[in-house]
Design a protein around this ligand. Structure first.
Ligand SMILES: Nc1ncnc2c1ncn2[C@@H]1O[C@H](COP(=O)(O)OP(=O)(O)OP(=O)(O)O)[C@@H](O)[C@H]1O
Ligand SMILES: [Mg+2]
Length: 563
């Protein structure tokens, strides 16, 4: 169980910033060259360098773009007329002609104009190393015709991660206007491995570092699975997926069911609410509240029996039958609100055997806070339920009613939603909860919702029909390091012997600085590096309870170029 650590100490000077042991020295572009050679980024930021490239681009609406182009032409016209400007007549004529051409291209939508922010960042374990990385970078850029500047006293504004929190004041001269072609030239990839345009970046191909994007919303099921041994990078990959998905759709709602209490800081950084089950600070969620099945009391009764059987897996058949009967009687009654107290009364009426004693846990025992009506109100679009501190044997029960609550929440709110379920094996253990999870995954898409299911071993799901059905309903599955790949796993995912052997040796983030993974998407088998850019790493690494500097060394290959 990890306890979230505070972000690593940071420090800042006129032209640099330090987070933990990592120094960053940014460099801005003052003026772009008129042309750049194809693939120039590979030369400016080769894999051997400690350089990130941060690119932000926003389309300028066509009407405004035409105004800008006409403005530029008018300036050239005026300068040509009065002849006093510092530029020669041929230069101004070229500018006027190109403004005309661009105006036509923008009007016909062949080109668009973009507001582009581009920052280069040199990194190093000491200030001197980071500064010399930046110096070499500036020299390489100058050789290509870029004119650069160091943003003195504006380093934090330059390095802040884009797209979160209030609009950032970027340093002066940060934003420039480029055409679509100009912007395209800044992308580091010329290859077509994109897979699903419009999707979120999931990783870089281990073969050639080309990026792979997947669009969960383009599939019948919006749910994905991630499996791998402890430390393989599942929770990190889930946070990265959340971040990138929210960059693409800022109306994306998020629910994290977090058995180990790892995501709290991350979710708070996204402006969300964290409900810690152990302290009941924000109110009570009554697992028996019939609201979750929108008035379908029969369905609710069935779900309640499932969650209670996950709490007491050793119930004998007769006890299970008594429980089932008492729960149904409770939901058939309209005169009492279903609470654990009311259920205990109902059990006492029947022949409950040891059941009334078991129910004591909700009256006087460790679950007594759950006895009573729901008082918890969660209005924010981003929510995590933190189960840290809950006894291990109670985790499946809590997850089962939280899944019921989640199902209701996603079905009753508009807009796209993503649900992260970490340590999902806890629900795979019991037939009832596994079936409920399978049903949930099948239905989520009707509510524009997808699940991100994380677990260590796919075998936990392959052992039951419900588990296999669930795996079949994931539109993408990422297999990270798996120490052993069972025959069942090989057969189910259609893995070759080489792939199975490779998974057992896939590199771990602690060694590589990124996670190696094999993605199964439709017919594709994609070996990918799950790589975070520096701002993403700083945001997630520290928030998931890790100091950013605990990333041992720099990634050795491949590099994302910071995109
Ligand atoms: N893609 C990555 N890039 C950089 N660091 C990573 C990456 N993935 C994981 N890490 C780091 O590796 C460590 C382990 O990752 P994580 O906690 O995500 O593993 P996990 O698979 O969820 O393990 P567990 O099963 O124990 O929960 C963390 O310190 C995390 O910050
Ligand atoms: Mg984890």
């Amino acid at each position: 169980m990890s306890i979230p650590a505070p972000p690593a100490a940071s420090d800042e000077g006129a032209g640099w910033k330090r987070v933990g042991q990592r120094y960053s020295c940014p460099l801005l572009v003052r003026q772009y060259p008129s042309e750049v050679p194809f693939g120039f980024l590979g030369r400016v930021a080769p894999p051997s360098s400690r350089v990130d490239v941060v690119l932000e681009a926003e389309r300028i609406p066509t009407g405004r773009a035409l105004e800008l182009v006409h403005g530029a032409r008018a300036v050239a016209d005026a300068e040509l007329l009065d002849g006093r400007a510092g530029r020669t007549t041929p230069e101004l004529e070229v500018e006027r002609r190109s403004a005309d051409e661009l105006g036509r291209a923008v009007a016909s939508r062949a080109q668009e104009l973009w507001r582009v922010g581009l920052a280069w960042v040199g990194h190093g374990p000491s200030r001197a190393r980071a500064e010399s990385e930046r110096q070499r970078l500036a020299e390489r850029l100058a050789a290509l015709g870029f004119r650069t500047r160091v943003p003195r006293y504006q380093v934090a504004e330059c390095l802040a991660a884009p797209g979160h929190g209030p609009e950032l004041a970027r340093p002066s001269g940060y934003w420039q206007t480029l055409t679509t072609d100009g912007l395209a030239a800044l992308y580091p990839f010329g290859d077509e491995t994109v897979l699903e345009p419009g999707g979120a970046l999931v990783g870089l191909s281990l073969a050639d570092a080309s990026p792979v994007f997947l669009d969960r919303w383009a599939h019948a099921s919006h749910s994905w699975g991630m499996f791998g041994t402890t430390g393989a990078g599942k929770s990190f990959a889930a946070a990265l997926t959340v971040l990138r998905s929210r960059w693409l759709r800022d109306d994306l709602e998020l629910i994290v069911l977090d058995p180990l209490g790892e995501y709290g800081s991350f979710v708070r950084r996204l402006g969300g609410t964290v409900v810690r089950l152990r302290d009941h600070e924000l109110g009570r969620l009554n697992p028996l509240d019939p609201v979750t099945t929108a008035g379908d009391r029969r369905e609710k009764a069935a779900r309640v029996v499932t969650m209670l059987r996950a709490l007491w897996p050793s119930l004998a058949d007769e006890e299970a039958a008594s429980l089932d009967a008492a729960v149904r009687r409770l939901y058939d009654r309209r005169d009492v609100d279903p609470t654990f107290g009311a259920l205990a009364d109902e059990l006492r009426r029947g022949e409950g055997g040891r059941l009334p004693t078991l129910l004591e846990v909700f009256r006087t025992g460790s679950l007594r806070e759950l006895d009573g009506p729901t008082t918890l109100k969660l209005d924010r679009p981003v929510v995590a339920i933190d189960l840290a501190g809950v006894p291990d044997e109670q985790l499946p029960f809590h997850l089962a009613y939280l899944l019921d609550w989640t199902y209701h929440r996603v079905s009753s709110r508009p807009g796209p939603k993503l649900v992260v379920l970490d340590e999902a094996h806890l629900l795979a253990r019991h037939a009832g909860t596994a079936e409920f999870l399978d049903r949930t995954v099948r239905h989520l898409r009707h509510f524009r919702a997808g699940l991100l299911l994380l677990s260590q071993n796919p075998d936990d799901f392959l052992g039951s029909p419900a588990g296999r059905s669930l795996l079949r309903n994931l539109s993408a599955t990422a297999l990270l390091r798996l120490p052993e790949v069972s025959d069942a796993c090989r057969a189910f995912f259609g893995l070759s012997g080489t792939e199975a052997e490779w998974l057992a040796k896939a590199r771990l983030p602690a060694d590589a600085g990124y996670a190696e993974s094999l993605w199964r998407v439709g017919p594709w088998h994609l070996p990918l590096a799950i790589v975070a850019s520096t701002p993403e790493f700083e945001l997630i690494g520290s928030a998931l309870g890790e100091e950013p500097t605990s990333r041992t060394g720099e990634p050795t290959a491949p590099r994302s170029g910071g995109l």
